[in-house]
Ligand binder design. Sequence first.
Ligand code: ASP
Length: 439
Amino acid sequence: MSKVVKFGGSSLASAEQFKKVGDIIRADKERNYVVPSAPGKRFSNDTKVTDMLYGCYALAEKGKKFDKALSDIKERYDEIINGLGLKLSLEDEFKTIEKNFKEKAGSDYAASRGEYLNGRVMAAYLGYDFIDAADVILFYDDGEFDPEHTNKKLSKVLSAHKKAVIPGFYGAYSDGRVKTFSRGGSDITGSIVARAVKAEVYENWTDVSGFLIADPRIIDKPEGIETITYRELRELSYMGASVLHEDAIFPVRKEGIPINIKNTNSPEDPGTWIVESTCQKSKYTITGIAGKKGFCSVNIDKAKMNSEIGFGRRVLQAFEDEGISFEHVPSGIDTLTVFVHQDEFMDKEQKVVSSIHRLASPDSIEIEADLALIAVVGRGMKATRGTAGRIFSALAHANVNVKMIDQGSSELNIIIGVENADFETAIKAIYDIFVTAQL
Ligand code: ASP
């Protein structure tokens, strides 16, 4: 069995970090497939190579001089190559990049060079084969990732390589033009490679020891999450927990391959296991809390709307017509509320309001801005009585006014709407009642 290991930018920012990565890979002979990101930040106000590449290409695109910007990037790699004592020259690679920049190869091509070159360095350092992601990660013409063709091709190619490096973040259209995933997309590549080789585990190495129960910017030293299911993670990442790219679970999920988030700077830590299903109880009733500010609610009143067939559809039609996606739609007998992202909605609000009037003839519409949504997630909630009661009494004690409550039918999460100004207080109150009070 093989393990697929993906290393994030901070794990590969310098020769010193590369050496830690080398030790980790050599410590386990099953770590056969390696997916690197581009070199990230070496210190807090450093610039990621990906951002340097975007900046450099922006100059090239405008027809400005970009040789200094490109040589600064080359320096980042040379520092790593020299620090590792490798006999590798990227001279020719940079000549090709310069030529392609002049020919306006596109910003996706530009950004992808960060991972491509780091893959070259990594392959030379480990003595692994190098496989260009542009040959094996395939995109449809509309820019969507093509999972099935990729899986077929990648499985076939990798079956001929016992140990290989496949750079993260990019692939190509059928005509060979490079296409990247969204930012942080090397996590997706790692998952795709794990699926293709039917890996035993997908290890995602980063600079933190896994997911935390709550955001450390709000809670002082929150506890870590040992095991979380794919579905729980979807809920938390959607609401802002950002250790792993939110699309990274889909490929491994197809094969039931677990993901283990690990810390390159503290490899002994167990990290977080992300699994399909588990009989391991989480330590607390809840697995995690996450949330986002910046929502607004559109409250629609109409007497007896409960008996008017098609009312909900007509209201949502007004949002669809303006290309606005909705988050939650709690409803009562005479009211229906639609939660939307404030920034998406703001410019179009009057159009939507008049369209609701036209389509659904409500009695009144009221918009409330500056709301936050908080997701309290946990597979343990289903089997525990009183979870909702504990959440709401904790919020009442903390003087937080609850604007909305939504519990999914899976009983995996409870979503609570509060004012933006109450966001941090609410998260602290929920964390305290479920975690601090249990310690
Ligand atoms: N290097 C890319 C980024 O900075 C992709 C990645 O690191 O996953 O977004």
